[in-house]
Design a protein around this ligand. Structure first.
Ligand code: DQA
Length: 148
């Protein structure tokens, strides 16, 4: 059975309450339930984790490799734009990461246009809302089937 980690960074625990015009009205719990369900339909075990703390996210990235995860779907929140520590953690593991953003960061403030995560990620999806996470899962699914 394939194992995928869905990792969400700072402030994403506030989904549904936080700037709903940008991030929508559904909660992180809604998202996590959906992803676990979608995984189960394809014999993929989806594990979910959210933290507002950089070090906790880094620990999870290391654990993902050590526990043999097949891929990581990661929305690093604002850390995307400046966390070299998270960037280095991703660069230091063999587990592929797909970076996801709910909003279209390129239509927003200038500081959101740069991702220090993108160069060490397999791919990036931005601006498609929660669908972005599902598409990342689909990408891992196809990879597992050799359809990439
Ligand atoms: C975000 C975009 C980031 O710029 C922001 O800091 C977030 C959420 C997104 O999902 O659109 O917290 O990653």
């Amino acid at each position: 059975m394939k194992k995928i980690l869905m990792l969400n960074g700072p402030n994403l625990n506030r989904l549904g309450k936080r700037e709903p015009g940008i991030y929508g009205v559904s909660s992180l719990e809604d998202l996590e339930k959906r992803m676990v369900h979608l995984g189960m339909e394809s014999q993929i075990e989806v594990t979910c984790f959210q933290s507002n703390h950089e070090g906790d996210l880094i620990d999870k990235l290391h654990d993902a490799e050590d526990t043999g995860m097949d891929g990581i779907i990661f929305n690093p929140g604002a850390f995307t734009h400046y966390s070299y520590a998270i960037r280095d953690a991703i660069a230091g593991i063999n587990c592929p990461v797909i970076e996801v953003h709910i909003s279209n960061v390129y239509q927003r403030e200038e500081f959101r246009h740069n991702s220090v995560i993108a160069p060490v990620s397999k791919g990036q999806i931005a601006g498609l809302g929660f669908l972005g996470y599902e598409l990342a899962l689909e990408a891992f699914k196809r990879e597992a089937k050799g359809e990439e």
